[in-house]
Design a protein around this ligand. Structure first.
Ligand code: MSP
Length: 650
């Protein structure tokens, strides 16, 4: 049994989730599922990249701690992966204690070996990319990656001797071109960075508090990219007594990443690993982007977001998990960029899923049930039977070759070629005509048996791609949904096996339905806002929750009996709130909107079962609810009629 370790990048908890974000992780999930199905011992890692200036700034802006800002966004991301049937083996948060300890070990080791040294940093920093640049690397004075403003930074810092590793990295690409794929990415790295030689990398900050303190100088925090890249080994217990996973799975088989972060994965990460004396990942693959109107899809493109549905929740609600997965896995030649539109997604759903796959399944099941009630006997092959059977028998080999070459869209193409062949087989054999002639009953049975087998084999092969449809089809043929690649052999279905008629798996989406969906979306889409300069996330649309999740909140009416400003903060007020018999200390970020005097005597709604936290050193045992308008102005929520403090809000 082979080991297979696959990773996604860990996500910034921005909350601006869009369909482009789903691309890397859905592909990784599909590859992980494929390897599991082959019987490999798989470890699939994903997670969140939570430290750094971006998060620190955003939390400060909202008057909350970084942790308070991040936690709900991390839950949202996990919800998104659930929605898309992403089945990871570990979700690592860079705020996890084991990760932080590992990052400290890595820094200590590099410091002791002399690969990290202290000097003065002077250069430019791009907060949205969390990247350092020299003046000559800037393009028109802006970040060369994202085109946004950069800030001049001067501080005492620790540096990693990246320059020392440039020749070894060049040699790595030469000796092992498989390390970085597709090939075009090697040229990008060599021409844009390595040819000019590398400068040493600043790997610590004193001005950013929200980070992992360096063990040998705790007033410095770790540079977020070193913190983030280390997740690939910290998740496996590197440097601890319990490093069984590390010993089993390192080096990784594949780091799949978007092309904009190849530089970090194919230059900085191997240099760090070389410095640590560790083996390098077998492959870094830099995939392309989902584009909208020719630009990288991102929520800041509000105009596009108005006319196109880009929100994964909205898409899954409209078309289902499998349809969204299918589009991501099938539409874009792997390694290239590809345009996203809702119409394109619908086109794929209608042509491939509703017409080809959906019709094949429903016609096959209907004809079996009508004529035999269960799977008929397999007869001797005739006519084009052999061609269909041969395609089914070769399917695994072909899919395996494509998946091995990371050609995920082609692998799906192989499966849909069998679907198309089976549909053609129906036209050729005309089972409806055979059914009219009692002398042809055995032949009818054989034809329907072949079709049932083709459908079953496609469903098994589709397991890593269309998780829900595959399971539903297999169940309707009374087959085990846990099937491995052994189930891809032709002829396994037994005559007499019960068959159940499935409702349409992928209903066709006609133009009228699509137009109505888009019109509805345009109504609810937010009005265009300027793109946040510092990459600050816009408020996230929350997923639907069940009533019992809402019921977990405890909300009460409170009366503010005292209030004062929190000393070290411009935003925070400290209220003493009476809740019936109980009195609590509550801190709220409303100082810009209410004076302490105004607050006293107000009836407010308080969330009373939030975990207590300290904000600027003051204990907060609840949260006062406010309404926020589009400009960010806050207004207290109060009961409309007189009601005593301690009353329940529900
Ligand atoms: N936190 C870093 C990664 C650190 S890994 C050690 C990061 N996070 S991210 O949230 O910005 O991106 C996560 C993934 O989403 C990346 O692979 C990125 O390329 C991908 N995508 C985000 N927008 C995308 C598109 N429009 N299209 C395809 N994938 C893109 O980078």
């Amino acid at each position: 049994m082979a080991n297979y370790y696959i990773t996604t990048p860990i996500y910034y908890p921005s909350g601006n989730w869009h369909i482009g974000h789903c691309y890397t992780t859905v592909i990784c999930d599909c590859l992980a599922r494929f390897h599991k199905m082959k019987g490999d011992n798989v470890f699939f890692l994903t997670g969140t990249d939570e430290h750094g200036q971006k998060v620190e700034k955003e939390a400060k802006k909202r008057g909350v701690t970084p942790r308070e800002f991040i936690d709900p966004l991390v839950e949202e991301l996990k919800d998104m992966w659930r929605l898309l049937d992403v089945g990871y083996d570990r979700f690592l948060r860079t705020t996890d204690a084991d990760h932080a300890a590992c990052v400290q070990k890595i820094y200590q080791k590099l410091y002791e070996s002399g690969d990290i040294y202290k000097a003065e940093y002077s250069g430019y920093y791009c907060t949205p990319c969390e990247a350092f640049w020299t003046e000559s690397q800037l393009v028109g004075g802006k970040c060369p990656d994202c085109g946004r403003d950069v800030a001049l930074q001067k501080e005492e810092s620790y540096f990693f001797r990246l320059s020392k590793y440039a020749p070894r990295i060049l040699k790595l690409y030469e000796d092992n071109p498989e390390f970085l794929q597709p090939k075009s990415r090697i040229n990008e790295m060599v021409n844009n960075f390595l040819k000019a030689g590398l400068t040493d990398l600043c790997v610590s900050r004193t001005t950013v508090k929200w980070g992992i303190p360096l063990p040998f100088d705790p007033k410095h925090t770790a540079y977020v990219w070193i913190d983030a890249l280390s997740n690939y080994i910290s998740a496996l217990g590197y440097g601890t007594e319990h490093d069984e996973l590390f010993r089993t799975f390192w080096p990784a088989d594949l780091h799949l990443v978007g092309k904009e972060i190849v530089r970090f994965h194919a230059i900085i990460w191997p240099a760090i690993l070389m410095a640590l004396g560790l083996p390098l990942p077998k492959q870094v693959y830099g995939h392309g982007w989902l584009l909208i109107g020719g630009d990288k899809l991102s929520k800041s493109k509000e105009e596009a977001a108005k006319t196109q549905i880009t929100d994964p929740y909205e898409l899954v609600k409209a078309f289902g998990t499998d349809a969204v997965r299918y589009f991501l896995l099938r539409e874009i030649p792997f390694g290239s960029d590809g345009e996203y539109t809702t119409e394109r997604m619908v086109g794929r759903i209608n042509a491939d899923l509703a017409n080809d796959l959906g019709n094949l399944v429903s016609r096959t099941q209907a004809m079996i049930l009508q004529n035999f009630g269960a799977v008929p006997e397999r007869g001797a092959p005739e006519g084009t039977d052999a061609e269909l059977i041969a395609m089914c028998e070769r399917l695994f080999e072909r899919v395996d070759a494509d998946m091995g070459a990371l050609n995920v869209p082609e692998a799906l193409g192989e499966i849909f070629a069998v679907v198309a062949r089976a549909n053609k087989y129906i036209d050729e054999t005309m089972p409806w005509a055979l059914a009219k002639d009692p002398a042809k009953r055995a032949r009818l049975g054989a034809v329907l048996y072949n079709l049932a087998e083709a459908v079953r084999i496609c469903a098994v092969a589709l397991k890593p791609f269309l998780t829900k449809a595959s399971a539903a089809i297999l169940k309707s043929f009374s087959c085990d949904g846990d099937a491995t690649t052994d189930a891809l052999a032709f002829g396994l279905l037994q005559a007499g096996t019960p068959v159940e008629k499935l409702p349409p798996l992928f209903p066709r989406i006609d133009k009228k339905t699509l137009d109505a969906l888009l019109a509805e979306h345009a109504k609810s889409a937010p009005a265009p806002k300027p793109a946040p300069q510092d990459g600050a996330p816009a408020p996230a649309k929350k997923p639907e929750i069940a009533f019992d999740e809402f019921a977990r909140l405890e909300l009460k009416v409170g009366e503010v009996i005292a209030c004062e400003k929190v000393k070290k903060s411009e935003k925070l007020l400290h209220e003493t709130v009476k809740l019936g018999e109980e009195v609590r200390s509550v801190v709220s970020g409303i100082a810009k909107f209410y004076t302490p005097e105004e607050m006293v005597g107000k009836k407010v709604v308080v969330v009373t079962n939030l975990k207590p936290v300290k904000l600027c050193g003051v204990l907060s045992e609840g949260m006062i609810l406010c309404a926020e308008d589009s400009e960010g102005n806050l207004s207290l929520v109060s009961p409309e009629r007189a009601v005593g403090s301690g009353a329940t809000v529900r």
